[in-house]
Design a protein around this ligand. Structure first.
Ligand code: FPP
Length: 251
């Protein structure tokens, strides 16, 4: 197992869990089997992140664009999600993890929303890791929703246009109240952001691995985190400034 410095972990880890379909197809299995195996990897990453003391874990579980997949796959994914949340809520309570959801929840089937509401309500008092599931989520859609709400508030007089700053804008996003991710992992060899957290990833360190999500192991997670620990985060400053001031602020 690779050596991790417990004092230099990301506060917020975000993951694009990609490659379930390819994992299954390479084994002549149905794509949903890949998603089922992917759900096992989710359990491992949630457990490990919480054990390591990561405060925020955000998983891209279903994108706005995933609705255009074959209906059977969409249905199977919704069923899997519901099953995962129902099964895992007791563990979330034991591990002091709080559920959170970002994305356009009005697109989700009512039974999925009910399951999510129950899990969010039950875990609301937990003050350990915050597990955010991005569901029916798209970064551009989130930015548009925020812009609409800001326009509504400006029209009703509760928001003054001169008060709009990046911080205020951020508070209108689904992720309002969450810090920006420090580290993003994407599996399966694709090197793109795919409409995930477009605003929030401005200064995030990115990590890509060829491994498909169902094959992503604890050791790979640790390897990715060790890589994160070797990065120098400059937030637009010079290397010398960072070394002199030990200053990691985002201004
Ligand atoms: C991407 O693989 C993955 C998804 C679209 C869904 C992610 C879902 C899970 C990991 C399982 C259920 C989630 C939870 C939170 C329990 P892909 O299908 O795009 O793979 P491909 O690119 O190889 O086709």
């Amino acid at each position: 197992m690779v050596q991790l410095d417990p004092h230099k972990l990301p506060v917020h880890l975000a993951v694009i869990m990609d490659g379930n379909g390819r994992w299954a197809q390479q084994r002549m299995l149905k794509r949903i089997v890949g998603h089922q195996r992917g759900a096992e990897t989710v359990k491992m990453v949630v457990e490990q992140s919480s054990l390591l003391g990561i405060k925020y874990l955000t998983l891209f579980a279903f994108s706005s664009e995933n609705w255009s997949r074959p209906m059977l796959e969409v249905r199977a994914l919704m069923t899997l999600l519901k099953k995962y949340i129902r099964q895992e809520t007791a563990r979330m309570m034991r591990k002091n993890i709080r559920y959170n959801v970002i994305g356009n929840r009005s697109d989700l089937p009512p039974d999925v929303n009910e399951t999510l509401d129950e899990a969010i309500r039950k875990t609301a008092g937990n003050d350990g890791m915050v597990l955010t599931l991005a569901l029916s989520y798209g970064g551009r859609q989130e930015l548009c929703r925020a812009a609409v709400r800001m326009a509504e508030d400006a029209a009703s007089g509760t928001l003054s246009i001169g008060a709009i700053t990046p911080e205020l804008f951020g508070s209108y996003l689904d992720t309002g109240g969450l810090p920006d991710p420090d580290f993003l992992i994407r599996t399966s060899g694709e090197m793109r952001i795919s409409n995930f957290l477009l605003w929030q990833l401005a200064y995030t360190e990115l990590y890509f691995t060829e491994t498909n999500w169902p094959d992503f192991t604890i050791n790979e997670l640790h390897k990715a985190l060790v890589d994160f620990q070797s990065r120098q985060r400059r937030f637009g400053k010079t290397s010398d400034q960072i070394l002199q001031r030990g200053d990691l602020s985002n201004d």
